[in-house]
Every structure is written in structure tokens, then in C-alpha cells.
Design a protein around this ligand. Structure first.
Ligand code: X8Z
Ligand code: ZN
Length: 609
């Protein structure tokens, strides 16, 4: 929750003053730093009020404040860029780095009336998504089911094909479809803003956040490396689902999207019980255990906090526990999609999550806590550098820790897995790795295609006459899935995924999925929990719990914020400067072998038409 320009200008001016030794200006620069923090705080308060209580008044307050701040940002931006037109020639690279960012004002670059429209369209779409209700399959007259928790639970638990198809179709028709025209207008204005920031379109602006000319190609290469593994997963899951829902499958090899336990078929861990590799061996779904032990959302956050502090990382501050919203209220509409908030005053950090007591949500709790931990670690950086090294880094922090938390060994340690259950055998490892792959490997193509889709829209390759056709073309090509009901251009199925109406860049999650395994590998070596040469210490068994060495290595990188290009931060954490798939492959290597053999044995040929 940051105000772009103010975030940029304040530390920038301090830096200019330091560099040119003009102490007389220092006072006003400091004022500007305070002003930017203050404005960011005010806007966060208004945004939070709205996201935790969607009503007209909160919407009005939020929109009018955001317009005021956009105006102010623009004013300062114009002022600074006209005062220092030759900033590219400055000798100090740090200064150039700050100036480079100032030329990116984002949507605030728009003329006031256009900005107003942009903000209104985005609000309208997010509100529509967050408040959509659909009708029940079993009780036809009941039409108040919401995505969180009702539909998510049905997608997770129901094995009734008709019910799944009904819920999938209702949600896609009602949440996505009506926003198609709004999205089209949004794309146009968003591109205008990108051009005012000297980018050819919004997709190019998003990619600039990764500070690399080759980033798009690098991501494609990573995907190509991992695609054969994904196809093995896909083939195995398809074969097992065919045993359950036979008549839903045809010889095209595609999996119907409603059968994978998740509304967007982005993570498949919920269908694990239908295809457990070794059903008599342990698995890591601890939902039942948590319920039996009386876990609450608060307890889940406490467990997560304890893991972070066991590494010597920062405990959540008092304000966090007081002000966060960790359960869905029943007296008002909220934006349920989980998020973590930095209020820019170095004190106020909050999470908003409609938490349920499930294994998936326990992981999401760690994910969100990772965002806050990052915010806390870089809070003393100059205002402008209080961001992730790149968007993928921010997404990877909590997930990295969760890779330890979810190991059977750790679950035993915190009492969520019975101590007497054997876990060190090969079969249990395969069960564990398979459930992890249903989450992480299944996610990869979705994490990639969601922005591939939007790049194609933003650069004009695809117009609104093809919005839905193109979505399904990519879903088919990358994920190997197909819609369970007739789709047409009257639908807008991409709009049924939060990040599209809410305009959140998505490649970050693909990047995160790759780099979290690089982080994990490095921290595990640091903790003495992983040795590539010791087969008794495989990467997937590593738990960095209580390792201060691992914690301080992570903190050293994360506390840099965005003060240096991400490869330098990566180097601090992993010793490597590049993203690479070797860690994720190392982690899953026993499973990849097992799956290949299992598919061969079943005569299941990976791939689809
Ligand atoms: O949106 C999220 C987080 C908030 S940054 C809950 N995630 C993506 C999603 O839900 O689609 C985490 C996993 C991917
Ligand atoms: Zn996140």
C-alpha cells in the first residue's frame, strides 16, 4: 500500500542533498519524507477501511483521497523531473537508480479525470468480485453462497461431478462475465498510463519491475525446463481422475477444470485423497488434527509467528495482533482475498484474511506472515527502498518458511502429526512429495499463463472479441485443461480470478515458486539440514526451525529491500545471482522418477492434443 511518487521523491531528495552537500535544503527534504509517509498512511487507512467494510461511504472516502494523492504525486513528479532533466548523467549509481524509478509514476500519471475513471473501474471490478453470490446446487432456492468460504469448500470437498460443474459455472458466469466491458475500458486507460510513463503498454511496465532485459525469455526457459515434469504430473492425475469421473474424459487428453479441487485449477492438492500414491502411509493433511485440537485462526497465526521468531526473525508487533482481520465478519461485505498491509509508519502492519482451519490456510497464513516479515525487515530503509527486491521475492518469503513447516518432521514437532507414525520410509516420502507437487508443480503453468494472457491483451495482440477464447487457448496449451461447460465471448473467465479484476500482476507467483526452492536449499545448507552428498538428508526433509544461522542469512538479504538490483539480494541469500530450476528439481527428484515409472506402468502417455 504505497503512494508511488511520494515513495520515490522523498528519499531521492535526501540523496540529492547529501550528494551535493546542500545542508540548507535538508529540512524540507525531511519534511517531504514525513509527508510521503503520512500520505501513504492516510491512504492505507482509507483503503483498509474499505477492504474490511465495503460500503458506499468508505468507497467515496477512499477514491477521493486517492485522487488527491495522485494529484500531489504528479505535481512533485513534474517538479523534480523538470528540475533535474539530466539525471541519467549523474555519477552516483544509487542516485540514478532512484531517479529511474521517479520516471515511473504509474496510474497517477493520468490526467485527473482519467485517473478518476481508472480508480473507479478498478474499484467496481474488485467490489463485484468480492461480493458475488451464487446459487447452491443442492438447495436451489439458496442463492447466497460466497467464494470464501462456501465455494472454495465445495470445490475442495465435493466429489459430485454435477455439483462441481454447477458451482464452477455459476462462479465463472456471475463473477467474471459482467465485468468484461469494464475490463476492456480499464485496459485502455491502463495503457494510456503506461505510455505516459514511457512504456509501450502495461505489460511492459509490469516487466520493468524485474529489471532485466531478458526476463521474459528467462521465464520461458524455466517453464520449458519444468514442462516435462508438469506433463508427468498431469498424466498421472488425469489417469486417477478418469477412474473416478470416467465419462467426463475424452481422448483429447485434457482434464476438465472443475475436477481438480480448486476453482481455478491452479493448485491440485485437494484431490490428493483420490490418488494417494501409498494409501496406507502417512499424509500431511492436518486439517482434521487442527480441528480436533481446537485450532482457531488466531492459533494458526501464533504458530506461524513462533516459527519466524525461532529463526531469530522479528515477532509481529502489538498493533498487528490488535488490528489485523483474520476471520470473515458476518455483518458486512469484505474483500476476502488474503493480503498483507504495510501502513508506512513503521508501526502499523496488518493481515486481512478470511482464515479457515485447514492445511491450505495454514500455509497461506505463513505466506501472508512472510510479507509482513519482509516489511518489518526493510522498514528502516529509505522510503523508496521499502519494497521487495522484485515482486517475486515478496511472494517467496513465507512460502520458503512453509516448505519447512509442512515437512512431516516439523508437523510431528508441533504436534500436528502423531509421533508414532513412521515418516522416514520411501513410500511416505513419495506421498509427501506428491502432495507438494500437486501444489507447486501444478501451479507453474497457471502462474505463467495468467500474465502471458494479459501481456497479449495489453499489447493489442488480442482484443475484446477474443478475451475468452484466448484465455482458454492458453489454459489448454499450458495447463492441459478444458472448461466443464460451454463457453463463449459472453463469458469473461479470466475475470473470475481475483488478480485480474484487482489488477495485480501475477508473474510474481511463478517467479516465487522457482526462487523459494533456491532460498530453501541455501537456508537448509546454512542450517546444516541439507547435504547434497548425503542421501539421508534430502532437501525435501529439511526443516530450518530454530536455525538462527538460516534466519540471519535470510534477514541479511531481505533487509536490503529494493536498494540493490535483485540479483545482488539473491546472491546474499543463495550465493547465486540467477533464477534457476535446479533447486525445485532437486527437491522433487525422487517423485519425478516415481511418476515417470508409474505412468509407464499404467500406459499413460503424457501430453494432450
Ligand atoms: O494471491 C495470493 C496470496 C496473496 S499475495 C494469497 N496467492 C496467489 C493466488 O491466490 O492466486 C498466493 C498463491 C498464488
Ligand atoms: Zn502474497
Amino acid at each position: 500500500m504505497k503512494i508511488w511518487t511520494l515513495a520515490i521523491v522523498a528519499p531521492l531528495l535526501i540523496c540529492i542533498i547529501d550528494a551535493w552537500n546542500l545542508p540548507s535544503l535538508r529540512y524540507s527534504a525531511l519534511n517531504l519524507d514525513q509527508l510521503s509517509s503520512q500520505k501513504c498512511y492516510e491512504s492505507s487507512v482509507a483503503e483498509w477501511a474499505y477492504a474490511t467494510d465495503i460500503n458506499d461511504e468508505n468507497e467515496k472516502t477512499k477514491l477521493s483521497l486517492s485522487l488527491d494523492i495522485a494529484k500531489l504525486s504528479k505535481e512533485i513528479w513534474q517538479n523534480v523531473t523538470t528540475t533535474f532533466p539530466l539525471w541519467r548523467e549523474f555519477k552516483d549509481p544509487d542516485l540514478v537508480r532512484k531517479f529511474k524509478t521517479i520516471t515511473i509514476l504509474g496510474s497517477a500519471a493520468l490526467p485527473d479525470d482519467q485517473y478518476k475513471k481508472y480508480a473507479q473501474l478498478e474499484t467496481d471490478m474488485t467490489k463485484h468480485y468480492s461480493t458475488t453470490k451464487v446459487c447452491s446446487f443442492k438447495y436451489k432456492e439458496t442463492c447466497n453462497l460466497s467464494l470464501e468460504p462456501d465455494l472454495i469448500k465445495i470445490m475442495r470437498e465435493s466429489r459430485d461431478e454435477e455439483e462441481l460443474r454447477h458451482v464452477w459455472t455459476e462462479w465463472h458466469d456471475k463473477s467474471g462475465g459482467p465485468t468484461k466491458q469494464t475490463y476492456k475500458q480499464f485496459v485502455e486507460i491502463s495503457n494510456q498510463a503506461a505510455k505516459l510513463n514511457n512504456f509501450k503498454d502495461t505489460g511492459a511496465l509490469w516487466l520493468d519491475g524485474y529489471e532485466s532485459e531478458t526476463f521474459k525469455d528467462d521465464v520461458e526457459e524455466l517453464w520449458q525446463t519444468l514442462k516435462p515434469f508438469y506433463q508427468q504430473m498431469h498424466a498421472y492425475v488425469r489417469a486417477k481422475l478418469r477412474n473416478v469421473y470416467g465419462d467426463q474424459f475424452s481422448d483429447d487428453g485434457l482434464i476438465p477444470a472443475h475436477l481438480l479441487g480448486n476453482m481455478w485449477a491452479q493448485a491440485w492438492d485437494n484431490v490428493f485423497p483420490l490418488m494417494t500414491p501409498y494409501p496406507t502411509k502417512a499424509s500431511i493433511d492436518v486439517t482434521e488434527q487442527m480441528i480436533q485440537q481446537g485450532y482457531t485462526p488466531l492459533k494458526m497465526f501464533q504458530v506461524s509467528d513462533e516459527f519466524f521468531t525461532s529463526l531469530g526473525l522479528i515477532p509481529m508487533p502489538e498493533e498487528f495482533w490488535k488490528e489485523s482481520l483474520i476471520e470473515k465478519p458476518d455483518d458486512r461485505e469484505v474483500v476476502c482475498h488474503a493480503s498483507a498491509w504495510d501502513f508506512c509508519n513503521k508501526k502499523d502492519f496488518r493481515i486481512k484474511q478470511c482464515t479457515r482451519v485447514t492445511t491450505t490456510d495454514l500455509i497461506t497464513v505463513h505466506h501472508e506472515m512472510g510479507h509482513i516479515q519482509y516489511d518489518l525487515l526493510y522498514k528502516d530503509q529509505p522510503y523508496f527502498y521499502r519494497q521487495g527486491a522484485n515482486p517475486g521475492f515478496h511472494e517467496a518469503v513465507g512460502d520458503t518458511l512453509a516448505l519447512s513447516v509442512i515437512t512431516p518432521k516439523h508437523l510431528k514437532e508441533i504436534g500436528l502429526l502423531d509421533k508414532s507414525i513412521p515418516i522416514d520410509d520411501y513410500e511416505t516420502s513419495i506421498n509427501f512429495l506428491f502432495s507438494m507437487a500437486l501444489d507447486k508443480i501444478a501451479f507453474l503453468p497457471f502462474g505463467y499463463l495468467t500474465d502471458k494472457y494479459r501481456w497479449d491483451i495489453y499489447d493489442g495482440t488480442v482484443d475484446e472479441s477474443q478475451y475468452n477464447t484466448h484465455w482458454w487457448k492458453l489454459r489448454k496449451e499450458y495447463q492441459g485443461i478444458k472448461p466443464p461447460s460451454e463457453r463463449s465471448e459472453a463469458n469473461f473467465d479470466a475475470g473470475a480470478k481475483f488478480h485480474v479484476p484487482a489488477n495485480v500482476e501475477y508473474l510474481r507467483y511463478f517467479v516465487s515458486t522457482i526462487i523459494q526452492f533456491q532460498f530453501h536449499r541455501s537456508l537448509c545448507i546454512e542450517a546444516g539440514q541439507y547435504d547434497p552428498l548425503d542421501s539421508n538428508k534430502p532437501l525435501h526433509n529439511c526443516d530450518i526451525y530454530r536455525s538462527k544461522a538460516a534466519g540471519s542469512k535470510l534477514a541479511a538479504g531481505l533487509s536490503m529491500g529494493s536498494s540493490k538490483p535483485w540479483p545482488e539480494v539473491m546472491k546474499v541469500i543463495t550465493g547465486q545471482e540467477k533464477m534457476d530450476a535446479s533447486a525445485i528439481r532437486e527437491y522433487f527428484s525422487p517423485l519425478e522418477k516415481w511418476l515417470t515409472a508409474a505412468n509407464e506402468k499404467m500406459g499413460e502417455i503424457p501430453g494432450w492434443k
